[in-house]
Design a protein around this ligand. Structure first.
Ligand code: ZN
Length: 462
């Protein structure tokens, strides 16, 4: 058998097994995995001494996100965000559409596809996102599943923007979703409490600066909403996916729910594992504003443990980049800071470094939480998240000896700051291969891949 490309002599980790061997690629797919294959017809990548893994998947990014109240748009486009993601070992990102008032959800999805066309170097999918609930949307869920969009996002906050979904809507959507092979992704924060605490902090007369965000979001804001979402899901025997979990209390509640048999999948983000709300103090504190907010060290540790106990299956980033200039719009009022952090480029290296090198995870544990399980949870498996003959050739090759100290200028993401500045990270791949195309080649951008990425129409969820 002839192969266009062969990745040769690497240590292969599939998420389940580990062995030395070669991977043969043909027509963008893995054609064979064997101890010894012939050289590729077009190219052979020497992976001797390196680790060969399924490429990572970021199930939670925002590219070109519009913030109408502030009149701005997040910085990453499908090209700059996509190439940064590839540099960090991702070949698939899942972005969120924006629904305008009165629209069907598919309209927002189509706008996203338009933005990605000819731009994205890696594959992407879309979560149709509910900004303006009406009961008619219930009948759209099945059509969206059939079209390859089995994950819908709804918010429990943002009443000011008009995006908050009423509880009855969440309940009906969870019921409908589980009937037709979809799941509802929920941003769990308690709108009433958040409004109350925000007003209290803003009116206190204290000069709290950006730390006002931490003061106005005590853990009960998230935990009480998580509890409510679980209650609704349990009532209709539905399916729920909690995005960007940030608190110890939330993790405990979800662990109990899973023990009772509630069908809930949980996602957290590197910032909730590795950064704390202390970042919000001081002159640059406003840069770290995000939604939800950074929490305390005790939460970091509880979330690591929840990952290790398999309460949390998925690590995403909530990548949403704003530059220093955009962050400066806050003018001292913590309520007005554009909230979001760059993250997709550093997702895999952070988990590789902190989970594998520092916490004693196996490399297969890293593959499971950054690739295999996110792919399963979002209907991408086995084309993404696996190394098997017949599936997409989405592969990364990592030199375990190589590290990089993070500086904004050393990253590809279109940001003039990084929440991880100064971190020494391992795990930036030498090669990132997306459907057989080398997108990152020897650690560098391959420019010809602009537009190579495709929309992934995903499978219904089981
Ligand atoms: Zn988000």
């Amino acid at each position: 058998m002839q192969f266009e490309m062969v990745v040769k002599g690497g240590e292969i980790y599939t998420g389940q097994d580990c062995f030395q061997g070669d991977i043969g690629i043909k027509d963008g797919r893995i054609a064979a995995i064997a101890p010894e294959l012939p050289e590729g017809e077009k190219r052979t990548i020497d992976a001797g001494g390196m680790e060969v893994l399924p490429a990572a998947v970021d199930p939670h990014v925002h590219f070109n996100l519009e913030l109408p109240l502030l009149g701005i748009r997040s910085q990453d486009s499908y090209w700059t965000g996509g190439i940064a993601a590839a540099r960090g070992g991702l070949t698939t990102v899942l972005d969120f559409s924006e629904q305008r008032q009165g629209e069907e959800l598919i309209a927002g999805v189509e706008r996203k596809i338009e933005q990605a066309r000819g731009e994205t170097p890696i594959d992407y999918g879309i979560h149709p996102t509910v900004y303006d609930w009406n009961p008619g949307l219930l009948s759209e869920i099945e059509e969206l599943v059939e079209a390859g969009f089995p994950t819908l996002k709804m918010f429990m906050i943002y009443s000011e923007e008009g995006w908050r979904a009423p509880e009855a809507a969440l309940l009906e959507a969870m019921r409908r979703a589980s009937e037709v092979g979809a799941t509802i992704l929920v941003h769990c924060e308690n709108d009433t409490l958040l409004g109350y605490f925000t007003e209290q902090v803003a009116n206190s007369g204290d000069d709290v600066g950006a730390y006002g965000l931490a003061l106005s979001r005590p853990n009960v804001v998230e935990a009480s909403a998580v509890r409510r979402a679980v209650d609704l899901c349990e009532h209709v025997d539905g399916r729920l996916y909690v995005v960007h979990l940030s608190t110890a209390e939330g993790a405990r509640c979800l662990e109990r729910a899973q023990q009772r048999g509630v069908d809930v999948t949980v996602e957290t983000c590197p910032q909730f594992l590795l950064l704390t709300e202390d970042k919000l103090r001081g002159e640059e504190g406003h840069l770290y504003a995000a939604s939800p907010q950074l929490k305390k060290e005790i939460d970091n540790e509880a979330l690591w443990q929840a990952l290790e106990n398999d309460v949390i299956d998925v690590i995403g980033t909530d990548n949403c980049t704003f530059t220093r200039q955009q962050k400066d719009l806050w003018e001292g009022d913590f309520r007005k800071i554009p909230r979001g952090l760059p993250g997709c480029e550093t997702l895999f290296p952070l988990i590789y470094t902190y989970a594998y090198r520092h916490r004693g995870w196996s490399l297969n544990d890293v593959v499971r939480k950054t690739s295999l399980l996110p792919s399963r949870a979002h209907g991408l498996y086995p084309d993404k998240g696996s190394l098997q003959p017949g599936t997409d050739a989405d592969i990364i090759v990592v030199d375990p000896e190589k590290s990089m100290t993070v500086r904004p200028q050393s990253l590809l993401i279109d940001s003039d700051w990084s929440p991880y500045e100064g971190f020494e990270l391992y795990g930036f791949p030498e090669y990132t291969i997306c459907r057989g195309k080398v997108v990152i080649d020897g650690g560098e951008i391959n420019e010809v891949v602009r537009g190579h990425g495709q929309l992934v129409r995903r499978s219904p969820l089981g």
